[in-house]
Design a protein around this ligand. Sequence first.
Ligand SMILES: [Zn+2]
Length: 314
Amino acid sequence: MAARADDQKRKEEFLKSQAPFTTNALKIIIQMVDWCNKTPGSKDLVDEMLHSILFLGKINPVSFSPKDIIPDPDMLNALKEKYSRAFDCYLTHLPRRSPFSFVLDMIVLQKKPENENQIKTSLQSLVQTLDPQFLVSTTLCVSKSNRSVSRYGVSMSTTGPNAGQVVIAASCLSFWDDYVAGAVMTYYPERGHEKDKGKKEYFDGTFQLPKDVACQAYNIQSEQPIDPCKSCGNMFGLSTDVKKEWPYGNCAEVESLSNMFTNEEEVKNRSKPTSEKWTPENRQKASESVLDKLNHVLKMVNFRTWKGGFYTAQ
Ligand SMILES: [Zn+2]
C-alpha cells in the first residue's frame, strides 16, 4: 500500500511540475495577440506560433489539448475563428520553429532590427513574467557584418530531448538556410553519447564564418554575453574554450546565422563549406537520416498522425 501511495504522490508531483506549460502558453498567446493588434503584418507570426504551441502541448509528456491551454471558451472560440488552420493542422503538420522564435520575430518587427537594446529589454521583460521551464528561450544571439543590420535568433524553446529533437529536425528540413541546416545535419542525428556526439563520416557541411562577421550570444535574463559552446565552434568555426556541447541545432547562434544567410547573400557566399564530402548526394543522404530520426522520435512521443507537411501560415 505504501508503495502505491508513493507512486500516486510521484504522479501528482509530476503533473504539477508540468502545469507551467499551460500558464506560460496562455501568457505568451495573450501577449502575442495584443502585440499583433498593434503591429501591422504580424498575423502570420501569431498563426504559426499558435500551431507550434498546440503541437508541443500535444507531444508533451503530459499531453495538453487546446482547451487545457486556453480554458476560457470565448477566447478559445475567437482564436479558433481567426486562426482556424492552426487548430485544424496541429495534429497533421509539424511546426517549422519553436514558439519563442515567433515571439522574437514579433519584437524585432516592432522595434526594428537596428534597435538592439530595445529588443533585448522587450524580450527580458516578457521572459521575467514566465516560468523558465516551458516554451521560453534562454539565449538570444545577434549576428552582424560590417555592412548589414543585426540578425537575431533565440535558442530552442522546447522542453526535454524529444520535443527538441523534433523541432530541430523540422527546422533543418523546412526552415533554416541550407548552409546552416547542412552544418547541423553534419552532426544530427547524434550518434554518440554525452561526451562525443559524433560527426557523420560521409557528410561535412560545417563552415568557417568570416572573421568580420560578429556572432554573439547573450543570456536573455541577465543580458550577459555567452561564449559559443563546442557545438557552435564545430559547426561555424566560432573560436571558444567552452567544453559543453549542446545538442546540435539547439543554440541561438543557429537561428541568428540562418537569418543572416537568408538575407545576406554576400556573407553567405563567403561562408561556403569547403569539405570534399559536401556534395548534393551526401547532403541528400544526411537529410534522409534526419527524416528517419524525426519519424523515430515522433513514434516515441506517440504522435502518429503526421502527414509529412510543415505548417506555414497562409
Ligand atoms: Zn552552441
